[in-house]
Design a binder for this molecule. Structure first.
Ligand code: AMP
Ligand code: ZN
Length: 464
């Protein structure tokens, strides 16, 4: 397996600490709102990476946190806690807010065939672990107490800027705005490990600690949860590129200070999904969720197909036109697979060749578009029997998770549901005199092999 490592900025051969075992950590969502489809792009990429490693034969042990405390509205660890802000907005307690959006997140994941990591832990469940780590860092001189808060002293970290490749001087400009507020810090880029009530008195979730009643900083949760559940040597740590600085940079500083040695060898980051106004982000207020896509008649797995069409290290521009094209291609692909003859007739001949090609696509820095191309190659290959094609596509789908091979009735019922929703959306568009949208829906269904028939009694359809 070759994978791009942000730490060294090159594609490297992947060698885990323990042969055959991968310890993988992925940052989870901050549950103060729905996940947007940008977040979901990152979780799809991580899901494919996990499944790809499994396909290659690794035993993957994967952990993920749920951020339900400590993530500030500003990455400089100042401002309000995002959870507190969300709770106020919705008239809920922080706990209710976290439970609601954690469930919503996993519902979205299920619709997108994203496997739930075997270890999922809310940040607020492991306060004892953070206290233990912070105490040791204080003892060893990596952390200091100032104005009631505990900070990490970044000047003590070995190569603090390695992951981000940032220039400390440039960063000084970035943090200058907050210098006044953070006068308690020795260096402007130092970050909070533990905040006490002296600074944020109205924090709802708080715990007793040797430094007073308070709550942990955002970054310590990932170091704590990863160390507790995966041990002190991590193989792969993932997230979106926005996590590189400061979050992952700070995770490295803390974990290595605490363990006293190098912690994680491979840092793998997914590029962003962008909309027309730039990076999709929750704090911008309006953002696209999976439900919005579904309400517009798209099937969740069309979005997964859309994401898999491009490489995880390339920015992906979202538009409804692009998603429509992906949905049509995806639907056509499923229809082609559906037509394959299921009579058992396996020919071993080229099976290994295809499986090896699929492994190569995974090993080539997780080349998802090559993986998809292989599905089309299998379909085109006249030397393969239909049954062998089905066998291979089902095998590839362990990684792609696009429900490519499904039972006949299942295809019919989800596809039928989709057609009815599209007819409904078209009726609505017509009512609103949005004939352009109505025509778009009609043409889009035609591409999927469905012709609409309008009559005075309403709209029916036929398959072409
Ligand atoms: P958050 O819930 O804000 O902590 O983010 C959850 C995950 O989504 C993190 O791994 C982020 O790096 C990632 N992320 C945030 N914005 C985007 C985006 N526009 N495109 C792709 N991933 C993103
Ligand atoms: Zn994290």
């Amino acid at each position: 397996m070759k994978i791009f490592n942000t730490l060294t900025r090159q594609v490297e051969e992947f060698v885990p600490h323990e042969e055959g075992v991968v310890r993988m950590y992925t940052c989870g969502p901050t549950v103060y709102n729905y996940a947007h489809i940008g977040n979901l792009r990152t979780y799809i990429f991580e899901d494919v990476l996990e499944k790809g490693l499994r396909y290659l034969g690794y035993d993957v042990r994967r952990a993920m946190n749920i951020t339900d405390v400590g993530h500030m509205t500003s990455d400089a660890d100042s401002g309000e806690d995002k959870m507190e802000k969300g709770a106020k907005r919705e008239g809920k307690t922080v706990r209710e807010l976290a439970d609601f959006y954690t469930k919503a997140f996993f519902d979205d994941c299920e619709k997108l065939n994203i496997r739930k990591p075997s270890i999922v832990e809310p940040a607020s469940h492991h306060i004892d672990v953070y206290i233990k780590m912070i105490s040791k860092m204080l003892e060893d001189g990596y952390a200091y107490l100032s104005n009631g808060n505990v900070y990490f002293d970044i000047s003590k970290a070995k190569d603090y800027y390695q992951l981000s490749g940032k220039n400390p001087e440039d960063l000084m400009v970035g943090v200058r705005d907050t210098v006044e507020e953070d006068s308690a810090k020795r260096n402007p880029a130092d970050f909070g490990l533990w905040f006490t009530v002296s600074k944020f008195s109205n924090q709802e979730m708080k715990w007793d600690s040797p430094w007073g009643v308070g709550y942990p900083g955002w970054h310590i949760e990932c170091s704590g949860i990863s160390g507790k559940f995966l041990g002190e040597y991590l193989d792969i740590h993932c997230g979106g590129v926005d996590n590189i600085f400061p979050h992952h940079t700070n995770e490295i500083a803390q974990s290595e200070a605490y363990f006293g040695h190098k912690w994680c060898n491979y840092w793998v980051h997914g590029e962003h999904l962008n909309d027309t106004s730039g990076k999709m982000s929750k704090s911008k207020g309006e953002f696209l969720t999976l439900s919005v896509l579904m309400n517009r008649g798209f099937q969740p797995l069309s979005y997964r197909y859309f994401c898999l069409g491009s490489h995880y290290r390339k920015g992906l521009a979202f538009s409804f036109e692009a998603l429509t094209q992906a949905e049509q291609a995806y639907q056509k692909l499923r229809n082609r697979i559906k037509k394959l003859d299921r009579t058992p007739n396996l020919r071993e001949g080229k099976i290994d060749e295809y499986k090896n090609a699929f492994k190569d696509a995974i090993s080539n820095d997780l080349n998802t578009s090559s993986m998809l191309t292989l599905v089309y190659d299998v379909l085109k290959d006249e030397e393969l029997t239909d049954f062998t094609k089905l066998y291979l596509i089902e095998d590839f789908d362990k990684v792609l998770s696009l429900d490519l091979v499904i039972e006949d009735e299942e295809v019919d019922s989800t596809f039928e549901q989709h057609i009815l929703e599209q007819i409904e959306a078209r009726n609505q568009a017509k009512k609103e005199k949005n004939y352009e949208e109505a025509d778009r829906i009609r043409d889009s269904l035609l591409q999927e092999g469905i012709r609409l028939i309008d009559s005075r009694d309403g709209t029916t359809y036929e398959r072409i």
